[in-house]
Each structure stands twice: as C-alpha cells, then as structure tokens.
Design a protein around this ligand. Structure first.
Ligand code: ADP
Ligand code: MN
Length: 343
C-alpha cells in the first residue's frame, strides 16, 4: 500500500535527526530508526498495553533505499552552517518505523518536544558521547529538572510577524535559537533554544509554547488544553511509576490546535473516547457510521523516541524519567493556575 516514491520530507518535526518522512495522505510518519526502537514498540504492544496507549500508533516497518551519503540536497530545516546543525544527522540505516502522524488533522499544529531525563545515554553509549551528553545536561534544565525543550513549532497567527528578542542570537553565542518560517508564519525553536533556557525560565518556555496572543487565542481559551495535558502527564507518571523500564532520551510530544476557530470547535465537540466508541458499537452495530465526521482534536500527548528504551524487570521504576515527568507536571499545573487567574 506504500509507495516510497510519494514520500516527502516531514515538515512538522520539532527536533531530532533529519530524514523523517511523511506519506501522501499526511497521516503517517516514516522515521529511520534502530532495531532497538522497533523491538520496543513491538514489546510495548504485546506486553505493556497501558504504555502503548501513550505511544503513536505503530503501523509496522519499512526498508527504504538509503540515499547516498554524498547527496548534497539540503533537507528543509537544515539551514545551519556546517558543524552548527540544528538537527542531528540522518541515521545511517534503511530501517524505518511507520507511525501514526500525531500532528495529522490539526489545522495549525503547535508542537513541543520535551526530552526527558537528566541521564541521556544508555549502557551501550561510548564514554566520549556520555561525557558530551552529561555536559549538555548539567548546563541545562535536563540536569536541574529532568527535562528540556528539544524543539518547538508555534504558529504566530494569520498576520506575518516576528518576535525580535527570540530571533536575535543568544548573548555570547552566534547561533539563532528560533527562526520564523515565513511561508507558514511558524516560529521554529531549534535545539539551541532549550539549551539556553535557565532553570528559572522553564515555565516561561512553556508559556511561549502555550500563550500566543498574536494567534488570536485568549489565555482563558488555552486553559482547558493545558489542564488536559497536565491530567495526561499525570496519567503517564502514575503508569510509569508501576513499570520497570529504562528510557534514555525519550520525549513527551505535545501537539495542540493553534487555530482559534478550530480549537473552539474541538473543545466544544471533543472526539469520543475509545470507551464511548466501544459502547456505541455494541449498541447499534454499523448504523450511522457513514455520516460520522471525525471530530477535531484539541490536543494530543504521546511519548516518543525509543532508540534507547528497554523493559527492565527487577530494576524498579525509572526515576530518571519520573523526575522529568514530575517537573513537567508541576510546571503545567502552575501555568494552569496562572491561566485560571487571568480569566
Ligand atoms: P530522533 O531520534 O531523531 O530524535 P524522534 O522519534 O524524537 O527521533 O522524532 C524526531 C521528531 O519527529 C520529534 O521531535 C517529533 O517532532 C517528530 N515525530 C516523531 N514521531 C512522530 C509522530 N509519530 N508523529 C508526529 N511527529 C513525530
Ligand atoms: Mn528525539
């Protein structure tokens, strides 16, 4: 059913390596990956359904012909100087994982990738790389809070605009932390943004993602979205407290509807839960199915990136991940309170 010739570069990646693709429908992402990530998806589906619920839907794997390493065609988003890549190099692999595109169906998907953990390497990582990752962690909120912004994409409304302070290089570094995608009017925050956020500004980083007055969403209107995310992070936390796993460099992927009209619509008629759908199926079998328009989603939260994830029976819960989740939850609740006060 897949024709790799029709795949295009996926435009909504907030972080990570280059080389993520999408299919023609836009419903799928096709991501070069390691065998370890495929096994983790498979084992989660078969033995940890409570966790699989929070993963993007796994559709299978695909072997793609590798593009020659000499191919000079720059991929979108790769506009940095050599040695100053905004994204990681494409993985040297043909193996791809096919996943549900979590950002599909949104009119203006605002996307945030929060990389979890203070320790970001697994037992197979070489000492040099461990040291590099530890250095980044200890100088960022990864070390202090157990998570950092890996990247984000925030729609800035219908009117072309730019936020000067964000577009300016960070003091002392000649690299931009955010750039305006002119065609979409989306502020794209690269990996250097999250590395530049001091611990005391982690909440304002979340504000930058959630509160976008220029897009025409009132702070009060975003409150239910922040609350829903906080509730879901709480669920992920409670679920992982009961699991024995180790996930290094996994992320929380947030997507919410940035278009005010579409957001309003989604909040007024939220999609049915799987439970409600099941109940309905039992009641009136195939009836009504044709005239059912899929409801719009206001938001989606998933755990992603399992290149360094394993189930570890006997080792107890993954405190490294849990610390990050607790910090994210605490800040989301703070923002929730703040937004509730601004109504
Ligand atoms: P990497 O190992 O390159 O970091 P990730 O799994 O973190 O791989 O994916 C990189 C980026 O691609 C993420 O930051 C996210 O924005 C996007 N992405 C990954 N998987 C999905 C998905 N299933 N749906 C939508 N976006 C995704
Ligand atoms: Mn990642």
């Amino acid at each position: 059913p897949f024709d790799p010739k029709t795949f295009t570069a996926y435009g909504n990646a907030a972080a990570g390596h280059e080389g993520v693709l999408s299919d023609e429908s836009g419903e799928l992402v096709i991501k070069p990956c390691t065998a370890a990530e495929v096994s983790f998806y498979e084992s989660a589906l078969t033995t940890h359904p409570e966790f699989a619920y929070f993963m993007p839907r796994f559709m299978g794997t695909l072997q793609l012909q590798r593009t020659p390493p000499t191919d000079p065609t720059p991929l979108p988003g790769d506009n940095a100087e050599p040695g100053m890549r905004l994204k990681g190099k494409a993985l040297e692999t043909d193996q791809c994982i096919v996943l549900e595109n979590v950002a599909a169906g949104f009119v203006r998907p605002n996307i945030l990738d929060l990389k979890l953990g203070a320790r970001l390497w697994d037992d197979d990582t070489k000492p040099e790389k461990r040291a590099r990752l530890d250095a980044v962690a200890s100088s960022t909120t990864s070390g202090s809070l157990g998570f950092r912004v890996a990247g984000m994409r925030v729609w800035q409304g219908e009117e072309a605009s730019a936020t000067k302070e964000l577009l300016a290089p960070v003091e002392g570094k000649d690299t931009k932390v955010a750039e305006l995608d002119q065609s979409e009017n989306v502020l794209v925050f690269n990996k250097f943004y999250g590395r530049s956020v001091p611990t005391e500004d982690a909440l304002s980083a979340l504000r930058t993602y959630f509160v976008v007055p220029k897009a025409g969403v009132r702070p009060a209107a975003i409150l239910p979205v922040v609350r829903a995310f906080a509730d879901e992070v709480e669920e992920v936390l409670a679920m992982l407290e009961k699991k024995e796993s180790r996930m290094y460099s996994a992320s929380l992927l947030f997507v919410y509807e940035g278009n005010p009209g579409a957001l309003k619509e989604a909040l007024e008629a939220p999609p049915k839960s799987v439970k409600e759908e099941d109940d309905e199926d039992e009641a009136d079998e195939e009836e009504d199915e044709e005239d059912e328009v899929p409801a719009k989603k206001s938001h989606a939260l998933k755990v992603i990136d399992f290149a360094h994830a394993t189930w570890t029976p006997g080792l107890g819960p993954d405190e490294n991940i849990l610390q990050g989740l607790r910090s994210v939850l605490r800040l989301l609740r703070k923002l929730e309170t703040e937004l509730a006060g601004s109504t």
